[in-house]
Write a protein that binds this ligand. Structure first.
Ligand code: 3HC
Length: 300
């Protein structure tokens, strides 16, 4: 039996590559109106240009009619403030990987959104349980009925980059998440055309707990001079049929994001296998963030 997601309007917070990708698949495949907000107008304009480009490409390749593309694009609107998200049935937060920032945002969501709205985070590694604790109303106990109900609508919905291409969404229940929230979030991700896997709320979930040590090891190999950048990437691309080598993939994800995820993994487990490599830290210190700002292990 398929469960209805019941999402009539979606909010997306964050107009970066993840947020705009989520907006696009929601408008195109789930066919829901999407309200997109980012505090940087420039970021939203850039994101929407990419949406236009991707829709035009699909029309050019005969995958969409002009009308379908136009309708999908018309479902995405930009709102100037978080208050503009007030009436959505579900919101997906896709801002940078900071627990402090995400907790602030979820507290605000709980104050301005309807009490029955689903609050989803696209976090790559941060505990959904910690984020969910931020929505308990001030003065209420997290263990009381009001507190438990408020937190029960928070869930992790982890998309992969590039969102329109990657087929997976990882679904992560916090220990407070209700079955109803989980089922509806699952149904929504399926409506977006994604396969869904479920992970417990452990640091990095399944995907990044496996991926980040691999990327970090590749950076350490480069640091130690075991092989050149190109040979490390070529080994994994041609030897293992990965679409990208680990260093190119790190640039693609963003070196700041890789570092933030590794720090979460390391702090959350105290396991030395997750300790970020010094080279990665130094590159982020230098402001070399990968593809998004033109310099990482490669130049763009
Ligand atoms: N947004 C949307 N679509 C994109 C895109 C983007 N940024 N970049 C490429 N594409 C599309 C292209 O338009 C093209 O679509 P088409 O088949 O309809 O024409 C398709 O992807 C293939 O693109 P290209 O032919 O230009 O290039 P490649 O064949 O080299 O593929 C790639 C590009 C899809 C990015 C491929 O290299 C790849 O799969 N790389 C690995 C990506 C990956 O591992 N992502 C997961 C990262 S981890 C993560 O996201 C989790 C997070 O928490 C860190």
């Amino acid at each position: 039996m398929s469960i209805a997601h019941g999402i009539r309007t979606l909010g997306v917070l964050g107009g970066g590559q993840m947020g705009t990708g989520i907006a696009l698949v929601s408008a195109l495949h789930a066919k829901v109106p999407v309200l997109l907000h980012d505090r940087s107008k420039e970021q939203v304009v850039k994101g929407l240009l990419l949406v236009d480009k991707l829709l035009a490409k699909d029309v050019g390749k005969g995958r969409l009619t002009e009308l379908e593309a136009k309708e999908a694009r018309a479902r995405i609107s930009v709102v100037d403030s978080m208050e503009g998200l007030r009436d959505v049935d579900m919101v997906v937060e896709a801002v940078s990987e900071s627990l402090v920032l995400k907790r602030q945002i979820f507290t605000t969501f709980s104050q301005i959104l309807r009490p029955d709205a689903i609050l989803a985070s696209n976090t790559s590694s941060i505990s959904i349980t910690k984020i969910a604790a931020a929505v308990v109303p001030a003065g209420e106990s997290a263990a009381g009925e009001v507190g438990k109900k408020a937190a029960s609508r928070v869930v992790g919905l982890h998309f992969f980059n590039p969102v329109p291409v990657m087929k997976l969404v990882e679904l992560i229940p916090a220990i407070q998440t209700s079955d109803d929230t989980l089922n509806r979030a699952h149904a929504f991700a399926s409506a977006c055309g994604k396969e869904v896997t479920t992970s417990k709320d452990v640091p990095g979930f399944v995907a990044n707990a496996l991926l980040m040590p691999y990327i970090n090891e590749a950076i350490t190999w480069l640091e130690r001079g075991v092989a050149t950048r190109d040979d490390i990437d070529k080994t994994m691309k041609l030897g293992m049929a990965h679409p990208m080598g680990p260093l190119q993939l790190a640039d693609f994800i963003g070196l700041d994001t890789c570092l933030a995820i590794q720090q979460t993994l390391y702090e959350g487990t105290s396991d030395s296998k997750y300790r970020p490599s010094v080279l990665l830290e130094r590159m982020v210190d230098a402001g070399w963030l990968g593809k998004k700002n033109g310099k990482g292990f490669y130049e763009y």
